[in-house]
Design a binder for this molecule. Structure first.
Ligand SMILES: NC(=O)c1ccc[n+]([C@@H]2O[C@H](COP(=O)([O-])OP(=O)(O)OC[C@H]3O[C@@H](n4cnc5c(N)ncnc54)[C@H](O)[C@@H]3O)[C@@H](O)[C@H]2O)c1
Length: 336
């Protein structure tokens, strides 16, 4: 198998604890360059490698390097769109962490540049590559619980971390808590529901963790898709840790419901009969990166497109607008 040389741009926490270990555990990529503006963070991740990669603070050098086959962009959210678009224009395939941008303009730049250049762009919303959610989608398609009616997701998790230069807690840089956290679940909901248009009503506030820039620490979303599927998310971002017993994903259908327990899916039919579908545990980031490889080498389209990334951001922006206005907002009002 041909190994590809990649550069990782942005080597903070997500790179160090998620993406770089996932790449190193596989056999598809060699990370030959690390790019970051923080010397300290470059030093901190260099220790993960047997053979030291090239370290640079200059992204333009990375894009000009003919030995690099692709880039993985893991920088703060406000830099995503411009860095991904620059990579595509330089002919470098890009794996771009979520969200693809923090506003509609950003998302359009990423989607349009991907279309115009034809260079592979994969969005790092790896939950579609999570074995459990993937199996849920398969069971849904097979009609295991009849027609999907309601999706419910509850998340009671620890507060957002600081990150480099405190970008994450500054709404003008992160896009807000919804784009930083709930964008993953909004994407899963679109995927499960297969709805095109969606109406979103949301309530939320920053009531426990005070933040002057408008970061929310609790959000309640209600969604109604044009195909009749309804959904809700409770995102409570001020818990002590992320292991609250109420946390979970439920899919309710006309013939029963399913939920997740560890690495299993529990299906309960209307008759009361239950079935446990065990799923092999696997690293979803590693699986998503395999998808990125397949896209570059074999042209196989990944499970998530730039447009899916745009829809997830737009749903988040619709929720933010709904919280501000007290009115329901449609996706099509945002994606204009
Ligand atoms: N997919 C997931 O499950 C998941 C999980 C966590 C974080 N993320 C995403 O990963 C990204 C990074 O999050 P994090 O927690 O690692 O943040 P972080 O602040 O720990 O790391 C960001 C890094 O980017 C570097 N950086 C800043 N400007 C740069 C530039 N111009 N060029 C190169 N490097 C630059 C910083 O020095 C820092 O090392 C965010 O977009 C976040 O939303 C995704």
């Amino acid at each position: 198998m041909k190994k590809l040389n990649i550069a990782v741009a942005g080597v903070g926490n997500r790179a160090k604890s998620g993406v770089i270990p996932a790449v190193l555990s596989g056999d598809k990529f060699t990370i030959n360059t690390l790019c970051d503006v923080s010397e300290e963070n470059l030093k901190a991740v260099s220790g993960l490698f047997e053979r030291a990669p090239v370290c640079t603070g200059d992204y333009t050098k990375v894009l000009a390097d003919p030995d690099i086959d692709g880039v993985v962009v893991i920088t703060p959210n406000y830099l995503h769109a411009q860095m991904a678009a620059a990579a595509l224009k330089a002919g470098k395939p890009a794996y771009l962490e979520k969200p693809i941008g923090i506003n509609v303009q950003d998302c359009k730049v990423v989607c349009d540049t991907a279309k115009e250049t034809g260079v592979p762009l994969m969005v790092g919303m790896q939950l579609r590559y999570n074995n459990v959610f993937n199996k849920m989608k398969e069971l849904l398609t097979q009609g295991y619980i009849g027609a999907l009616r309601i999706i419910n997701y509850t998340q009671f998790r620890e507060p957002l971390r600081d990150g480099w230069d405190n970008w994450r807690k500054d709404k003008s840089k992160s896009g807000g808590s919804i784009l930083e956290v709930s964008v993953h679940h909004l994407d899963l909901f679109h995927w499960f529901s297969e709805g095109a248009e969606v109406k979103i009503f949301a309530l939320g506030g920053g009531d426990v963790i005070k933040n002057e820039t408008g970061m929310l620490d609790n959000i309640l979303f209600s969604l109604e898709y044009d195909n009749g599927v309804r959904a809700d998310i409770e995102a409570i971002l001020f818990a002590k840790d992320g292991n609250h017993p109420r946390n979970g994903m439920y899919l309710f259908g006309s013939g029963g419901y399913m939920t997740v327990k560890g690495n299993s899916i529990i299906v309960t039919r209307m008759s009361g009969e239950t079935e446990t579908v065990a799923v092999e545990a696997a690293d979803s980031t590693a699986a998503a990166l395999d998808g990125f490889y397949e896209y570059i080498v074999n042209g196989k389209k990944p499970m998530i497109t730039p447009e899916d990334g745009f829809r997830a951001v737009a749903a988040g922006l619709a929720a933010e607008r709904s919280i501000e206005t007290g009115k329901a907002v449609r996706l099509s009002e945002i994606m204009i």
